[in-house]
Ligand binder design. Structure first.
Ligand code: 9MR
Ligand code: ZN
Length: 533
């Protein structure tokens, strides 16, 4: 088999593919037969996560743009080299967020064949006290389901805002979403749609955040507008209040040049959330109440969320109360985690890239620990046959997220140190997403010759359109919790990196989620920004 980046390679960047055969007759031909090239190839070596014996083929020396074919062992794969290969991918991943919008119709002029009517417009009643009824219209559907959850929402927005802050050149105002052309980059227009919803999830009386808005049970596989069950609101939580405080304080800084009033409103909301946390120090982890089944997003530790909020609020206000909390918690949290449960890495991004004049000792502490995490990812990358920075025993629900979050860490390590090795390792994670992985699938709908086609995504299933909604990222291989369909179709000895089938009924291996799209947006924006000269 030949596994490569099915979206393409950038003319002046490294280019690698993986082959699992003997590598006999391995050569590359351009489609016009102009170039015939014999690539370098490593000795075969064993890849634990996939059980494959692989060779890495390196054709970085080909720099001429065009269509090529890689031949090896009697097989061939087509690929592209171009000047700006990731521009449309980066846009599509962002547009993928637009397709997740709730509480508005997706009009044909923006959504094409994926247009649909307005959904989930009813008010939501508090699950344990139906005298509380509020309007929580808007935001993005979390994933293939229609729940809307504050913690993953905040994390997603933050990934996207950091992508914008660090690589503004990759973002334009022409995505063809309703706000396009308003003079604000569309990534900020899209995030604002989520932020406005998050602000509705803040309890008016005291600034705490309701954990989520969802129907009692996951909806059947119908279009969102046909999901007519009552909406419920779930109790306020510390994790959602802190993650909200953090992401809104970040958003305050990002939107300030575009809309001062909106920006001030976000800071005020963020401070109110923080003040609730101060007054309510007793942390109670969230569990789904009995007889409900939407995403739990439970978490038994809130230090990392509070650390993140302290960093962003300190950055926004320069006030001691946030600084003290930030310094107090810094050593208690893992500063390299960017997922929905562990968010210390988002606080680290704030310290490393946004804080003005951080104290040297503090900065060195965070950057030292951050870079040592990057080095661990780098080692994993070097050890892996496919170059994937993920240990064989870590292929679990949403493995793509861990891989892409490692790409973010590696990219940031490149930004901090200037060292190419980090960028090259990050690229292997990006190549993984786009097909250079043991399954041979590209994990972005609509991108690649062998892109996955059957996401566990209700609209893609129910809309009557053949192709899935484009620009969605799959959760990827999951050795740990395969759904019945995986257990039935995959032999038990299937290696972790191959524990995947492109099938609608595998929530644990083939769903999409907003916080899997967002690190892909970050990574694509970085690689795209390298080709904007
Ligand atoms: O991404 C979440 C994963 O880490 C958890 O193991 C899993 C089970 O709780 O839930 C995943 O999140 C899902 C959420 O609960 C509901 N919406 C879809 C999410 C992606 O599958
Ligand atoms: Zn909806």
């Amino acid at each position: 088999m030949i596994h490569l980046n099915q979206t393409g390679y950038c003319e002046d960047m490294p280019k690698k593919a993986i082959i699992t055969g003997k590598g006999e007759c391995c050569f590359i031909v351009s489609s016009d037969n102009d170039i015939v090239f014999e690539p370098r190839m490593t000795e075969p070596f064993f890849d634990e996560a996939s059980g494959d014996t692989v060779r890495v083929v390196d054709f970085s020396d080909i720099k001429k743009t065009g269509v090529y074919f890689l031949f090896a062992d009697g097989l061939s794969k087509r690929f592209l080299i171009s000047r700006r290969p990731y521009r449309s991918l980066s846009s599509a991943l962002l547009k993928g967020m637009y397709y997740q919008r709730c509480g508005c119709a997706l009009e044909e002029k923006h959504a094409g064949v994926y247009h649909r009517s307005i959904c989930h417009t009813g008010k939501a009643a508090l699950e344990h006290d139906n005298s509380v009824v509020i309007d929580v219209t808007g935001g993005w559907h979390d994933a293939g389901d229609y729940g809307r959850y504050v913690v993953p929402a905040a994390v997603t927005v933050s990934h996207m805002l950091y992508a914008y802050e660090l690589f503004p050149k990759a973002f334009e105002d022409q995505l063809n979403i309703p706000e396009s052309g308003n003079g604000v980059p569309d990534i900020l227009n899209e995030c604002r749609y989520e932020i406005e919803w998050m602000m509705k999830m803040q309890r008016r009386e005291d600034g705490a955040l309701y954990h989520k808005a969802a129907t009692r049970f996951f909806a059947p596989f119908v279009m969102p507008e046909d999901d007519r069950e009552d909406l419920l609101l779930f109790r306020v939580t510390h994790t959602s209040t802190a993650a909200f405080a953090a992401s809104l304080a970040q958003a305050y800084r990002v939107y300030k040049p575009f809309d001062k009033m909106f920006s001030d409103r976000m800071l005020a909301a963020s401070v109110r959330a923080w003040e609730w946390l101060e007054k309510n120090p007793v942390f109670e982890p969230f569990v789904n109440p009995p007889n409900t089944s939407s995403g739990p997003y439970g978490d038994d530790n809130c230090d990392d969320e509070i650390f993140w909020a302290s960093c962003e609020l300190f950055c926004a206000t320069n006030e001691d109360r946030y600084r003290n909390s930030m310094c107090l918690l810094a050593d208690k949290v893992d500063v390299s985690k960017l997922g929905w449960r562990d968010v210390g890495g988002l606080g680290a991004l704030c310290c490393l890239f946004a804080l003005k004049n951080p104290e040297k000792v503090f900065f060195d502490n965070i950057s030292g620990r951050f870079l040592s995490a990057a080095d661990k990812s780098l080692e994993k990358h070097q050890k892996s046959g496919y170059g994937t920075a993920l240990d064989a025993d870590k292929y679990m629900w949403g493995s793509t997220m861990i891989i892409l979050n490692n790409a973010i860490i590696l990219i940031c390590a490149k930004l901090l140190t200037g060292e190419e090795k980090y960028q090259n390792a990050a690229q292997a994670q990006f190549d993984y997403l786009l097909g250079m992985n043991a399954t041979g699938y590209s994990f972005v709908t609509g991108f690649g010759e062998n892109a996955f086609r059957f996401p566990h995504h209700r609209p893609s299933y129910a809309d009557g359109v053949d192709d899935p909604v484009p620009g969605l990222v799959s959760g990827g291989p999951n050795k740990k919790f395969p759904d019945p369909v995986c257990r039935k179709l995959l032999p038990p000895e299937t290696p972790p990196a191959k524990s995947y089938i492109d099938h609608t009924w595998t929530a644990s291996a083939n769903e999409n989620a907003i916080y899997w799209n967002s690190p892909a947006i970050f990574t694509a924006a970085y690689f795209d920004s390298l080709s904007v000269k």
